[in-house]
Design a protein around this ligand. Structure first.
Ligand code: DX5
Ligand code: ZN
Length: 220
């Protein structure tokens, strides 16, 4: 999974009144993953959707669900999100008292494990767990809302993580999330990201031409 670029559109920017259709359109448009932002109004200052909605949209597509949990304490809900049909479950170190235990809980349900680092979170938070996880999600905005401005300073962190992954010969996907545009997607890929999350760019640019926007983010 680490050699080619994957695009994970965030449904946070879709039209929620026709969520099912949007999911099918994303599959048709070539989405590699579907990024689902789960927010609780406590860990982040916004509220989105829960496991029931994920369960309802799960049968509509074969595209894997890349579920980004911005909720705390996260352990109470891992089972529900696993059973709802998540394929990757990504959590923030700050959202749990015992990260090792939370990782084990996700693995118990046979799901891929992602760890997300906020713009100000240090790489050292994830380093002890590199052998236990499948993905690192580098946030390029403070989590909570779509449509925020990309923080270019995270590119250095992305590069550092990429170097660690290569030097230790690990099979860890490196995903970037927040404010991704056609321009900075190039920098993100050069810095080592192999999965790009995008909400606003995919749903709003080029009159919402999902196929064109996914293609441009992948290949430009
Ligand atoms: C922010 C979310 C992102 C967001 C991306 O908290 O984690 O996934 O929806 O949206 P854009 O691409 O608009 O920044
Ligand atoms: Zn996200």
């Amino acid at each position: 999974m680490t050699s080619s670029i994957k695009i994970s559109p965030s449904i946070l920017s879709c039209n929620f009144s026709k969520l099912g259709e949007e999911i099918k359109s994303l599959e048709k448009a070539g989405a590699d993953l579907i990024h689902i932002d789960v927010m609780d109004g406590h860990f982040v200052p916004n509220i989105t959707i829960g496991p029931e909605v994920i369960k309802k949209i799960r049968p509509l597509t074969k595209v894997p669900f890349d579920v980004h949990l911005m909720i705390s304490p996260v352990d109470n809900f891992i089972e529900d999100f696993a059973n709802a049909g998540s394929d990757i479950i990504t959590i923030h170190p700050e959202a749990t008292k015992d990260l090792k235990k939370s990782i084990e809980l996700i693995k118990k349900f046979d799901k891929k494990v992602g760890i997300s680092l906020n713009p100000n979170s240090e790489i050292s938070l994830v380093e002890p767990y590199l052998n236990d996880i499948d993905l690192i999600l580098v946030m390029s905005v403070n989590p909570g809302f779509a449509g925020q401005k990309f923080k270019p300073e995270v590119l250095k962190k992305l590069e550092k993580i990429k170097k660690i992954i290569v030097s230790k010969n690990l099979k860890i996907d490196l995903e970037i999330d927040g404010g991704i545009s056609f321009q900075n997607s190039i920098d993100a890929k050069n810095a080592g990201a192999n999965i790009l999350v995008s909400g606003s760019t995919i749903f709003n640019e080029n009159n919402g031409d999902l196929k064109k926007n996914i293609g441009l983010l992948r290949t430009n």
